[in-house]
Design a protein around this ligand. Structure first.
Ligand code: GYE
Length: 328
């Protein structure tokens, strides 16, 4: 079922002449490369670290099934070396398209060059890579993580606009080296630096997981007794931190204001209860657009180099309104 782009054009030309010749009904060949015509998509996922990731995996699996594609799905359990292995195995299997969500930003050039040499198009989903060689992938679909960090910072600036005393902030960062961790930190820092009263007194990774979010928040609480705000790079770490805050006899959302990113159901529930104060949305529902992109690149068509996801923000009142219909 493997098909090069040049091959796609040839296959399309042959198909047109075959149809012209015998009025045959073989049209709609998704893969275009013969066999049963199913497009074969190899997808190398980060892992299952968060509610966001679970929803993202579901979206990709459901959309692939709906589109009638054969999905080869690999879970890297948070390790770059596993993702590289999975991509190499997709190349060996000669899938039609490779898509993956890079666990960290750097270190992809060699394996992506191998895919390029094998003429298998690659689509980045959710997270970017830091390579200057943009020819290594066809498109990058996902959120603007810097903008998410900025939105978090803007809420904080507005919330504390009348405050004259220092505002002590602790930050739970995502996986070190991951695009959403780097960018959410940078966007937030850029906005709050305008006012020196905002002080990030501690900032550490919580690996995007609840367990680590809880544990790191415990250490923050043990070494600082004047924390005003927690900024967590995702809901799961914020939810873990809430447990640590409650265990320390403090009230999350009141004694310590909490801002998170993602807006998955559990996060939105905590927001509606006032335990989180503000959530910046990051949509995991990338499946349908990814399938469209995969089809286009498999057919040799051109796609936008950057496909941005549309997102909003939520206050507790807004969370209450949308929760009943929230899909993830
Ligand atoms: O925010 C976090 C997940 O890459 C946008 O990864 C994604 C992030 C998401 O683990 O919850």
């Amino acid at each position: 079922m493997f098909k090069k782009r040049a091959g796609a054009l040839l296959a399309a030309a042959l198909l047109v002449s075959a149809l012209a010749a015998c009025g045959d009904d073989e049209g709609g060949d998704a893969g275009g490369g013969g066999g049963d015509g199913k497009l074969v998509l190899g997808f190398a996922q980060v892992g299952a670290e968060s509610g966001w990731r679970t929803a993202n995996t579901k979206s990709i699996q459901e959309s692939a099934a709906e589109a009638g594609y054969e999905l080869k799905f690999s879970d890297a359990q948070g390790k770059q070396e596993n993702q590289i292995k999975a991509i190499r195995s997709f190349i060996t299997q000669r899938v039609d398209v490779i898509a993956f969500s890079p666990v960290v930003e750097s270190g992809w050039d060699t394996v992506l060059k191998e895919a390029q040499d094998a003429e298998i198009p690659v689509i980045l989903t959710d997270r970017a890579i830091d390579s200057p060689d943009e020819s290594l992938y066809e498109s990058f679909i996902g959120s603007d993580f810097v903008l998410e960090g900025e939105k978090a910072g803007e809420w904080l600036v507005e919330e504390y606009k009348d405050e004259t005393e220092p505002v002590n902030i602790v930050e739970l960062q995502g996986t070190p080296g991951a695009a959403p961790a780097n960018d959410r930190k940078a966007g937030f820092a850029e906005v709050i630096k305008a006012d020196p009263k905002f002080k990030v007194i501690a900032s550490q990774t919580g690996q995007f997981t609840r367990t680590d979010g809880k544990q790191v928040m415990e250490t923050f609480l043990n070494s600082n007794d004047d924390i005003d705000v927690l900024y967590a790079h995702n809901d799961d770490m914020g939810l873990g931190a809430i447990e640590a805050i409650e265990a320390a006899g403090l009230e999350p959302g009141k004694d310590i204001k909490i801002i998170t990113v993602d807006a998955v159901k559990d996060g939105m529930t905590a927001l509606s209860e006032g335990k989180i104060n503000f959530i910046v949305e990051c949509s995991p529902l990338l499946g349908p657009q990814l399938m469209e992109l995969a089809q286009t690149v498999a057919d040799g068509g051109t796609v936008e180099k950057r496909v941005l996801t549309e997102e909003t923000t939520f206050t507790p009142e807004q969370a209450k309104e949308v929760l009943p219909e929230r899909q993830y």
